[in-house]
Write a protein that binds this ligand. Structure first.
Ligand code: C2E
Ligand code: CA
Ligand code: CA
Length: 545
């Protein structure tokens, strides 16, 4: 038994033979590596840990708890080995003595756990942990080679609507399809993963070429915005991207991720489906938002709010004015004129929209009384207003105090009201309609666009979102298809359609051809102060635009 290659010898020898599924005689005198390395023994190409074991044996060094892949009768197993060299009293090396155990099962489950810890179970994509690790590595490499790495934060637009209306299983299958599409775009330079919810991310090892970064972002948005088929539903979602490059936009993983997040916020603020790269001033804009909210709390009492009115005209004939949409304006001494696209969401989050919306409702009814009798006024209503207990009362009082007949008031709601607290909103709208007030479904086509809503509630008008109007004028097949479908459906249900955001003659022609009934857009008139809207009727010579 003096063969120095045999690492484990008596008293473990019989057990070792058993573990190898050989009898003790066969293995006697054979080098350990030959016994356990399988084909690698011949080729000499050992896996790393076996290589380490070979080195230890060669140098006659002790080792403990070394986990090595072994091949026993052609089957891959994992062993954990510990051994130390033994010498005779006069210093002659006798061989190794030690213990070994088969840890295949533990090893497999550890691997599974580490996989679970590093991959998202739903999509099988790398998860947050793995992404942050990869970003950390890329950041180091970028510093070392003096290049840039990149990080994309991606948020799906309107995913929540799908999840809320069709349920989590459908939402989950949609996410799986998103993951598949993402994976297909990635090259060796990128790692994509899921951060959680409907948030995805991409780590770019090398982002030195800003054109490449821009192109990749665009490609992701385009790919993810194509329609999805899930359980016989055709779903439309979009993607917003914020990107940051390291180390310029952040020298640590946390800072870089925060920068990408701020850029993403900017993309969301822009209405989604766009990419924004991080800019230093965005840090300021997060701060700005806090200040805006603070200022907004006093906007009403300080009389900084007023309403502008945008004409809605008939699509055919002489394009006569049928009504106006009331659009809220905020003029703040510090910030100047702030867009409602910016402050309405802040007001909603800060629970200021109910009193503000009340103001719009009351003022719009009063103002509408100065237009000719057939002219309607449309008021945008947020979800929080609809679900606030006093809503119906404030509508009644706005009509009563102004003297406006109910049929001249039109309330515009978006599909989002059905997503939050669906049942209640439907009841409220039903009561509103029974009072003779008109209802419009705003921004149709940008949300989930369920035809189910149209059966639950009798809307008087569907407003087709500006993005489709512009798409249709550019002959985009999807936009054309959506407008055609909406018009056909609305016609069959005896609902009118309004095309939003018509700016050019070409768009007008397209809309007329597609058969929308009403038009709203800069082509016929921008939002204007109340006095100007009244003047339109007093001076018919004056153009609306
Ligand atoms: P919205 O309800 O979709 O209103 C239409 C928006 O499109 C208005 O923007 C209008 O000025 C703009 N627009 C109209 N025609 C054109 C056009 O030809 N080209 C372009 N580029 N834009 C056009 P605005 O006034 O900035 O309002 C933005 C959004 O803010 C509104 O979108 C609405 O969601 C919200 N909002 C405005 N006023 C109120 C309000 O009193 N209450 C609530 N809850 N939301 C409001
Ligand atoms: Ca509207
Ligand atoms: Ca709209």
């Amino acid at each position: 038994m003096a063969n120095r290659h045999v690492a484990l010898r008596n008293p473990f020898q019989p057990r070792f033979a058993y573990a190898l599924e050989e009898d003790a005689k066969t293995i006697e005198g054979q080098p350990l590596l030959k016994l356990i390395a399988g084909d690698a023994w011949e080729s000499g190409r050992y896996p790393e840990t076996l290589h380490k074991l070979a080195e230890k044996l060669k140098r006659r060094e002790a080792f403990s708890n070394l986990i090595v892949p072994v091949t026993i009768k052609g089957k891959a197993r994992w062993w954990e080995l510990s051994a130390s060299p033994r010498s005779s009293e006069d210093g002659v090396f006798l061989g190794f003595r030690g213990v070994g155990s088969d840890v295949t099962e533990q090893h497999e489950s550890a691997k599974k756990i580490s996989h679970l810890a590093r991959f998202d179970t739903l999509t099988s994509l790398p998860n947050r942990l793995q992404l942050t690790e990869a970003l950390g590595n890329s950041l180091q490499e970028a510093e070392r080679w003096r290049r840039r790495c990149g990080f994309f934060m991606i948020d799906l637009d309107r995913f929540k609507a799908v999840n809320d209306t069709l349920g989590h299983p459908v939402g989950d299958r949609l996410l799986a399809q998103v993951a598949k599409r993402m994976t297909m775009i990635m090259t060796e330079n990128e790692l994509c993963g899921r951060l959680g919810g409907d948030e995805f991310a991409v780590v770019l090892k090398d982002a030195s070429d800003s054109n490449y970064v821009e192109r990749l972002a665009k490609r992701i948005i385009e790919t993810l915005s194509k329609p999805y088929e899930v359980d016989q539903n055709t779903l439309f979602i979009g993607a917003s991207i914020g990107s940051a490059v390291g180390p310029a936009d952040g020298r640590t993983v946390e800072l870089l991720m925060r920068s990408a997040d701020l850029a993403l916020y900017r993309s969301k603020e822009d209405g989604g489906n766009v990419h924004h790269a991080y800019q230093h001033k965005l840090h300021a804009s997060a701060e700005e938002r806090r200040v805006l909210e603070f200022e907004l709390r006093h906007a009403l009492e300080r009389k900084q709010l007023h309403i502008e009115y945008q004409p809605v005209v008939e699509a055919n004939g002489d394009n006569g004015i049928v009504g106006f949409e009331a659009l809220l304006r905020w003029n703040n001494p510090k910030f100047g004129l702030v867009s409602p696209a910016k402050f309405v969401p802040i007001a909603e989050e800060a629970r200021l929209i109910v009193p503000m919306g009340d103001f719009v409702l009351r003022q719009a009814c009063v103002d509408a009384m100065e237009w000719p009798e057939s002219t309607k006024v449309a008021v945008n209503i947020s979800v929080d207003q609809l679900t606030s207990p006093a809503f119906i009362e404030s509508v009644i009082s706005a009509l009563h105090d102004s003297g406006l007949p109910a049929w001249r008031l039109e309330l515009e709601v978006t599909e989002s009201i059905f997503l939050r607290d669906g049942g209640h909103a439907v009841q409220v709208l039903d009561r509103i309609r029974k009072m003779g007030i008109k209802l419009s479904l705003d921004d149709f086509g940008t949300g989930y666009s369920s035809l189910g809503y149209l059966r639950n509630i009798r809307f008087d008008t569907i407003k087709v979102d500006r993005s489709f109007v512009q798409g249709a004028a550019k002959s985009k097949p999807e936009s054309l298809a959506i407008i055609r479908a909406v018009v056909a459906l609305a016609d069959s249900l005896n609902i009118a359609t309004t095309a939003e955001g018509v700016e050019t003659e070409a768009e007008l022609a397209m809309i007329q051809q597609l058969g929308c009934n009403k038009i709203q857009g800069y082509y016929f008139g921008r939002p204007m102060v109340h006095a100007d809207s009244v003047a339109l009727f007093n001076n018919p010579q004056r153009s609306v635009a």
